[in-house]
Design a protein. Structure first.
Length: 276
């Protein structure tokens, strides 16, 4: 017993010593490589033309005209909009409904990892671009292009650019959802659609999209749930209680979705569900 313990201790010491020697050897090799690289690179820099490091200056100077201040404010506003671009893409477009419906479809079929999240997000993005392109074209033609051509000022450009997007959200927003946020904001009831504030319209549009996506998800679940119930009843009647029904029903759900051309039907229904 004591001899075995002594052998184990000696073996551990030898292994630790060998590991230390291997580490020192690798460190020594790395140091040699670094010195060789430095020896090669430094003479080449010395023989070449002198390298001048750029000087970056950030300061506050006196503006000579109001136009300079306006330009600086426009740049700050543009950078702010770019930083909020992901939120704008998700909250003010069709992306929310699309990605939730695709998620419900994957859950209903019963394949948790396929299609992967990257594929679903990419598909939802391209569907969003396809659906929102007419709206964005109107925003560009009515607001952004005249502003770039210096035909209108930035206030008019903002109003004309937002108007098509605002109209899209109004068409796809339920009245009771919009009334909820108008009442919560304690503002007067808007008389026209132009009087609706984005502060109340955006959250109303989002919860309307969530409700619509959940309704579509329920409709998607029903046929696959029926298949699961039939397969579970058949297995129970045959006495195969230990066999998971999901394992048997998955091929039937896949073949049903393929035979009815599910992707074509779902894609067409989602595109038609938006009023553009």
């Amino acid at each position: 017993m004591i001899l075995n313990l002594f052998k184990s201790a000696v073996f551990m010491r030898i292994r630790n010593f060998m590991s230390l020697m291997f580490y020192v050897k690798n460190l020594f090799t790395a140091a040699i490589l670094i010195f060789v690289i430095i020896d090669i690179i430094i003479p080449s820099f010395a023989d070449s033309a002198p390298f001048h490091f750029p000087l970056i200056k950030i300061g506050v100077e006196k503006a000579e005209s109001p136009d300079q201040i306006a330009t600086a404010l426009e740049i700050i506003a543009l950078l702010t909009i770019l930083s909020l671009a992901p939120a704008i893409l998700i909250m003010m477009t069709s992306f929310t409904r699309l990605i939730i419906v695709f998620h419900f479809l994957r859950q209903a079929v019963g394949i948790q990892g396929s299609p992967p999240n990257q594929v679903l997000v990419g598909l939802a993005l391209f569907f969003t671009f396809f659906i929102m392109t007419p709206v964005w074209n109107l925003s560009y033609e009515n607001g952004l292009r005249p502003y770039l051509d210096e035909e209108i000022d930035y206030k008019k450009a903002f109003t004309e650019t937002v108007a098509p997007v605002k109209n899209f959200m109004l068409i796809n927003t339920r009245e009771n959802d919009l009334a909820l946020f108008i009442k919560a904001a304690k503002i007067n009831r808007p008389k026209t659609k132009d009087d609706v504030s984005l502060l109340t319209l955006i959250p109303a549009f989002v919860i309307s999209e969530l409700k619509t996506a959940f309704i579509i998800g329920f409709i998607l679940y029903v046929p696959f749930l029926i298949i699961d119930m039939v397969v579970a009843s058949v297995l129970l009647s045959m006495g195969m209680m230990m066999l998971p029904p999901v394992m048997i029903s998955l091929p039937f759900k896949l073949i049903l979705f393929v035979l009815v051309d599910g992707w074509n039907i779902l894609s067409g229904s989602l595109i038609k569900s938006f009023n553009v």
